[in-house]
Design a protein around this ligand. Structure first.
Ligand SMILES: C[S@@+](CC[C@H](N)C(=O)[O-])C[C@H]1O[C@@H](n2cnc3c(N)ncnc32)[C@H](O)[C@@H]1O
Length: 214
């Protein structure tokens, strides 16, 4: 078993993925304009959904299943992008190797951005650059959905978070665990609507919806 396969096996358990991912995808695709694309053909003029830090591509492929009329672009800097490209891809998700802070996309070209558990892998300056990029590529009425760890809600979550932090990105998790993700998004020029908090074996996970402040 390679690293990407192990990741795909453990990630759903550690993050209790079934508690938040299906709802996230429904929220993400809600309200998108609907066009019809024949099966097996790439959607060229439909809405554009961008998955940043897409890892092994599980989420981007599920988004494309939920919105087959959309053009789904997944950006991932690591070698997991190669694993993503090996997976069945009936709706032709575009897997690009790249970083959040330098998105290979035109200004005002994206309807939805989702970033799941990737912001905590960025230093504060890189995170600021990434959020500036999200502002640049989003359409004025676009939406950003951020999945991140949140402030532990009780002693059990504090213990789970402390353990997960040692295994993951110790410094990067400081702001998420302090509950600062909404404030960071506001400082970057977004309005925010915090979502439901989920208790998971890896700690509290929150989905925050954000949109451009005028
Ligand atoms: C925990 S994984 C999450 C993968 C996927 N979003 C998911 O929910 O399954 C975090 C991902 O963030 C990516 N990442 C780290 N720094 C990044 C950056 N500067 N820009 C974009 N992605 C980044 C990593 O390569 C990794 O694949």
């Amino acid at each position: 078993m390679n690293g990407a396969q192990l990741y795909d096996l453990l990630f759903p358990v550690v993050t209790r993925e079934s508690a938040w991912r299906p709802r996230l995808i429904s929220q993400l695709v809600a309200g998108l304009p609907v066009t019809t694309t024949p099966p097996g053909e790439a959607a060229s003029s439909g809405p554009v959904i961008l998955d940043v830090g897409a890892g092994t591509g599980t989420q981007a492929l599920a988004i494309a299943d939920a919105a087959p009329h959309a053009r789904v672009i997944a950006v991932e800097p690591g070698s997991n992008v190669h694993a993503a490209r090996q997976k069945p891809n009936p709706h032709q998700v575009e897997f690009l190797q790249g970083e959040a802070q330098a998105l290979p996309l035109a200004a005002g070209s994206v309807d939805r951005i989702v970033i799941s558990l990737a912001l905590h892998h960025m230093s504060a300056p890189v995170r600021r650059e990434a959020l500036a990029e999200f502002r640049r590529v989003l359409k004025p009425d676009g939406r950003l959905h951020v999945v991140e760890f949140g402030k532990p809600s009780d002693p059990f979550m504090r213990a789970a978070s402390a353990f997960a932090r040692r295994l993951d990105d110790y410094d990067g998790m400081r702001d998420p665990y302090a509950g600062r993700i909404p404030a960071i998004l506001i400082a970057a020029g977004f309005h925010v609507r915090p979502g439901r908090r989920r208790r998971t074996p890896g700690g509290v996970i929150e989905v925050t919806e954000a949109w451009l402040a005028a």
